[in-house]
Design a protein around this ligand. Structure first.
Ligand SMILES: [Zn+2]
Length: 97
């Protein structure tokens, strides 16, 4: 739904609303589904200090290697920088206890 229609339904004008920090491309854009998945799946918190990546000015950029989704992430709070890899399924073995 276009922003001006949403604003109209809310009874405000677009100039009254803060900028949307997570604007998605038009739904028909070839990368629209990837952009949506990125916003949903990207790391929200630093794996080292647990600070919010977004609140503390960090960034997470996604790239792919084969079927792996890799989120190259930097934490603005502690400076941690590294890759966070998202798996759909993992098979591991565990020693008997
Ligand atoms: Zn951190």
């Amino acid at each position: 739904m276009p922003d001006d229609v949403v604003a109209g339904r809310l009874g405000v004008s677009l100039s009254d609303l803060p900028p949307d920090p997570h604007r998605l491309p038009p739904p028909a854009a070839w990368f629209a589904q990837d952009a949506e998945r990125h916003l949903l799946d990207r790391p929200k918190f630093c794996p080292m200090c647990a600070a919010s990546i977004e609140v503390h000015g960090g960034i997470s950029t996604e790239y792919w290697t084969g079927d792996q989704r890799v989120f190259m992430t930097w934490c603005g709070e502690c400076g941690w920088f590294g890759d966070v890899v998202r798996y759909d399924m993992v098979t591991i073995s565990e020693e008997d206890h």
